[in-house]
Design a protein around this ligand. Structure first.
Ligand code: ME8
Length: 503
């Protein structure tokens, strides 16, 4: 089956920060997990290069917006590579192939009678590229996200008849209970729809940096229309000489932050319906990473640089930390000190030591060959038993419980550590209890193999190293079934070296 997952496309007004990396990692975990399940996955990310969020900072720097985009888009591409994102394509909305497809879709919306000319008046935030309702305004008519004073704007423009889609949207939400997850974000979006929808402005006469409307050359398109369509347009040109639309559309999951819920959960499906295109199957809304009490954001200047964090801790540690520290879906504070603490206790000690000890004991007591033995029922059974961990993780990831799935895996890491303490293989070796030692070493080697497979979507680089050392070429779910002993293993340097050694 096909599985299409996307991230938001990020504004190229500045360099990427950890908030962007967070969405990309979440989508990457889903993409990698679905590949492990043998699905035909397409994973898209990219950059949003039009509109005032890019035009205004470029103007301040005195350079053309395309130049700013050309400078920052490669940084987002590089961020993806550094964090181990396995995206199949990176879309840039300044790509003329995107523009051509957007024009085609928007012309259909026009031909279907869903746009009209009118006058707009409202509070506009140029950083969000969004009009705020009176209810959304911060104190003193400020943007609640960027904390800047907003201007009251009045202008003539084209409107998208969003109000006409109220019933269609309600039906869509009723038919697909999992359309927006988590459920509290679904309720938020639905209550927004139920309060009654206003039409939205589709073009802006003052805008200099954006796509011209196909039916009115005097106006440029409001950036959100061109941006949302990236998820659809990319499939038509991502692969040279092939149109992937039929194969992957509609998307299974759009991953995004709660700041852009309304655009995705309300405007986006309506726009697709207006163009006669099937809406996406679902979207995943996460909370904000906070530094202290505030959202980490470029404009507030309190960002954690993902490049620096990777330099110090490695990309897998960063991927792990984000999903372990902050319960996926909720807002959560992160900090360098918290990262360091989790790195030491959970990655270097719990997991890293378990791996090192197991490999060392197999080498010392069994010449580096995993003994042939039957599985120890003590490791398989119970709440935190190894049996069925693949199904448990799959079931949780189907519900987009990224933090809970990781906790399930971690419960088994802790269990294996307890097992080492309880069975004391060194005593078994001293006492010459070969049969029991075989069983314990087999259980530990199998345990870390299965957990490495389960952790693979979260920490692809280090689990690859470990699985190679264990002589396990497979990454798919099929490999979760127990493997007989006999494999030769290799000792490898610590997966997560102590930080003193890193610094
Ligand atoms: O909104 N915590 O782009 P953007 C968690 N171009 N996630 C965060 C975050 C934080 N502190 N900060 C940013 C745009 N994000 C539009 C999107 S999509 C068709 C167009 C993540 O550069 C999160 O996914 O402002 C958020 O929704 C997105 O970056 C906003 O990125």
């Amino acid at each position: 089956m096909s599985y299409y997952v996307t991230t938001p496309i990020y504004y190229v007004n500045a360099e990427p920060h950890l908030g962007h990396a967070y969405s990309t990692i979440a989508a990457d975990i889903l993409a990698r997990h679905m590949r492990q399940r043998g699905e035909d996955v397409f994973f898209l990310t990219g950059t949003d290069e039009h509109g005032e969020p890019v035009e205004l900072p470029a103007e301040r720097e005195g350079i053309p917006p395309q130049e700013l985009a050309d400078r920052n888009a490669p940084r987002f591409q590089e961020m993806g590579e550094r964090i181990g994102a396995s995206n199949d394509f990176f879309i840039r909305t300044s790509d003329p192939r995107h523009a051509a497809k957007v024009a085609e879709v928007m012309q259909r919306v026009y031909d279907n009678g869903h746009v009209y000319e009118g006058i707009y008046e409202g509070w506009y935030c140029p950083r969000c590229a969004d009009f705020k309702t009176e209810r959304e305004l911060g104190p003193g008519n400020t943007c609640p996200i960027h904390e800047i004073p907003l201007e009251r704007e009045r202008e003539e423009n084209w409107f998208f008849r969003l109000s006409a889609f109220e019933d269609d949207l309600k039906r869509l939400y009723a038919e697909r209970p999992g359309f927006v997850v988590p459920h509290y974000r679904r309720n938020e979006a639905l209550s927004f729809i139920e309060q009654g929808l206003d039409d939205v402005s589709l073009s802006r006469p003052r805008l200099k940096w954006g796509m011209v409307l196909p039916w009115d050359q005097s106006q440029r398109m409001y950036v959100w229309f061109d941006a949302l369509l990236n998820y659809y347009t990319a499939l038509s040109f991502a692969r040279e000489g092939e149109d992937l639309t039929k194969r992957y559309w509609p998307a299974n999951r759009h991953v995004l932050g709660k700041d852009i819920l309304k655009f995705h959960a309300v405007i986006w499906p309506a726009l697709l319906l207006a163009a006669g295109i099937e809406p996406p199957r679902g979207m995943v809304i996460h909370g904000f990473l906070l530094m202290g009490e505030k959202k980490m954001s470029k404009s507030l200047g309190n960002v954690l640089d993902p490049f620096e964090a990777i330099e110090r801790f490695g990309s897998d540690a960063l991927r792990f930390y984000c999903f372990r520290e902050v319960s996926f879906g909720q807002d959560g504070a992160i900090s360098a000190a918290g990262f360091e603490a989790r790195y030491e206790t959970e990655l270097a000690n719990d997991w890293g030591n378990l791996v090192s000890r197991t490999l060392a004991m197999v080498e010392r007591y069994r010449d580096g060959v995993v003994p042939e033995a039957d599985a120890d029922p003590a490791l398989e059974a119970g709440e935190d038993g190894l049996a069925g961990i693949d199904e448990r993780v799959s079931e949780l990831l189907d519900r987009i419980e990224l933090t809970q799935a990781l906790e399930e895996i971690w419960a088994r890491v802790r269990r294996l550590n307890r097992y080492v303490e309880e069975t004391r293989p060194w005593d078994l070796a001293r006492a010459g209890d070969d049969e029991r030692l075989d069983q314990v070493l087999y259980g530990l080697a199998e345990g870390i193999r299965v957990l490495a497979l389960a952790l693979h979507a979260y920490m692809p680089a280090t689990t690859d190293r470990l699985l190679e050392a264990l002589g396990e070429p497979e990454r798919g779910l099929a490999a979760f079934g127990s493997r007989p002993g006999g494999a030769s293993i290799e000792r490898i340097p610590p997966l997560f070296p102590k930080l003193e050694a890193v610094a």
